[in-house]
Design a binder for this molecule. Structure first.
Ligand SMILES: [Zn+2]
Length: 288
């Protein structure tokens, strides 16, 4: 996003555009948002509509694995650094998920905290925010701020954490006790370089800990880069591969493939194809 940011397309003053040019993260900072909500909303427009309205962004096998853990009462908590809201799409209840950097899944006012219904918000996005990506012909030609119905300030947005704002309190309220209570901590799809999420394996691991830490990553280096010393800790496990394949293997090993198929229609296309391929393979193998 930062590489492709085109400040000249956004509704902003010349000074704001110059700042975005120099520091692309400025577009998602409290500094600009408190004065001008539009660049953030224009940038996020297709992601907000794609998630809530058009159902373009769909969960993967990893998300389904997380839901299966919940269904089988084995999920203590899911911590995510992703803001895409996909962790919520298979109806894992919000109290079982901690979105460390906030999420596009819920909408609230940055000023007074009042929540807004996603339907109300997406309608306002459609009719009041222009489409800088030129994919929606029905979008308005220029943007109008979205005002909060409670405090009437133009500060309504998806609940992602802006630079310069505090991370959600739930992380610190739950991390230590969850890390101590977990039998297994699964670390997936992260280089473990961004805090506070990167501190979870440290909290859960260690010589005296009973917790097994499982790292799933495309390259082994991620596990070593992290504070997890997989090489020396016999309780820790590294599974190399992409998340979808590794979690499909785990689901199969656990005997949960049939449970997974009930979520197949909600999955993204590549996850669906992977699952179909696995089912066909097993069927053929069974016949032989
Ligand atoms: Zn408000």
């Amino acid at each position: 996003m930062y590489d492709t940011l085109q400040p000249e397309l956004l509704t902003a003053s010349e000074t704001e555009k110059a700042l975005m040019e120099r520091h692309p993260t400025y577009v998602v900072s409290w500094d600009i948002f408190k004065d001008n909500q539009l660049p953030y909303l224009e940038l996020r427009r297709p992601f907000i509509l794609g998630l809530h309205e058009e159902d373009i962004w769909r969960p993967t096998i990893y998300h389904a694995f997380s839901k299966l853990l919940f269904d089988k009462q084995k999920l203590l908590r899911s911590y995510t650094q992703n803001i895409d809201g996909l962790d919520y799409k298979l109806s894992v209840p919000p109290q079982s998920i901690i979105s460390c950097h906030g999420s596009l899944a819920t909408i609230a006012c940055e000023g007074c905290g009042a929540p807004m219904e996603t339907n109300t918000f997406t309608n306002l996005i459609k009719t009041q925010i222009k489409d800088i990506y030129k994919t929606d012909p029905s979008a308005p030609a220029s943007s109008t701020p979205i005002k909060c119905p409670s405090c009437s300030k133009p500060l309504v947005k998806p609940s992602t954490v802006l630079y310069g704002r505090n991370l959600p309190a739930e992380f610190h309220e739950n991390a230590q006790s969850d890390a101590s209570a977990a039998n297994l901590l699964i670390v997936a799809g992260t280089s473990l370089t961004v805090y506070p999420a990167a501190s979870l394996p440290e909290m859960a691991g260690g010589i005296l800990s009973e917790t097994t830490r499982l790292v799933v990553d495309r390259d082994k280096a991620a596990g070593y880069r992290a504070s997890i010393d997989i090489k020396n800790n016999p309780k820790d496990i590294m599974l190399e591969g992409d998340c979808d394949s590794v979690f499909l293997d785990l689901i199969e090993e656990a005997g949960w493939l049939e449970d997974l198929t009930q979520y197949k229609d909600s999955l993204c296309e590549s996850s669906k194809r992977l699952l179909d391929g696995r089912l066909l393979y097993l069927e053929a193998k069974g016949k032989n």
